[in-house]
Design a binder for this molecule. Structure first.
Ligand SMILES: [Zn+2]
Ligand SMILES: [Zn+2]
Length: 182
């Protein structure tokens, strides 16, 4: 039986086209809806979504993927074979983003703000996916940003203590005391 988090190559890479386009569509919606945001409001909402992603990324990785046995077992597939195309199927990532961001922000503030925030969150998610793919699949230039990121993430994979849960930023690891240096 195919393991649930091992996605087909086409679907794995389709995310990299789908999410940027969906993000642009949501920004357009935020600007063009019946009660739209201005450019400044859309930019602030988008930035909040991006920032929110970095926290969500940390919390999901630390407490869900390294938490309950069922989820941890799925994530273990990535830890035991970091170069395999392991990821979230689109229905799961998109469903989580819609239920975790679009709907609650819509209920709290309105649809246009929800679109802008969710656009930022989506771009954060796909930026994370891209960085994570690069650190496991591509050589990086010694001393550069990606090289340092690769070393930091390697500590998460191969270090003795659980640390460095953040990929996009090490900020939340530093805030919550789970940072270990490269
Ligand atoms: Zn992990
Ligand atoms: Zn990894």
């Amino acid at each position: 039986m195919r393991k649930p988090m091992r996605v087909k190559k086409f679907l794995y890479f389709a995310d990299f086209a789908f999410y940027p386009l969906a993000s642009v569509a949501l920004v357009a919606a935020a600007l063009l809806l019946k009660e739209p945001l201005g450019w400044d409001g859309a930019a602030i909402g988008f930035a909040c979504g991006l920032a929110l992603w970095t926290l969500a990324e940390y919390l999901i990785h630390r407490f869900a993927l390294h938490g309950p046995a069922y989820l941890a077992a799925l994530h273990d597939m990535h830890h035991s074979d970091p170069r395999a195309l392991v990821g979230s199927p689109l229905w799961l990532s998109l469903g989580s983003i819609l239920c975790g961001s679009l709907l609650p922000v819509w209920l709290l503030t309105g649809l246009a703000t929800a679109c802008a925030v969710t656009a930022g969150l989506m771009l954060g998610y796909i930026y994370f996916s891209l960085l994570h793919h690069i650190v496991h699949h591509h050589p990086t230039k010694r001393g550069g940003y990606l090289w340092r990121l690769k070393r930091r993430h390697a500590r998460h994979h191969y270090g003795k203590t659980p640390c460095n849960f953040g990929v996009v930023t090490s900020m939340w690891d530093r805030v919550f005391g789970t940072f270990c240096s490269e």
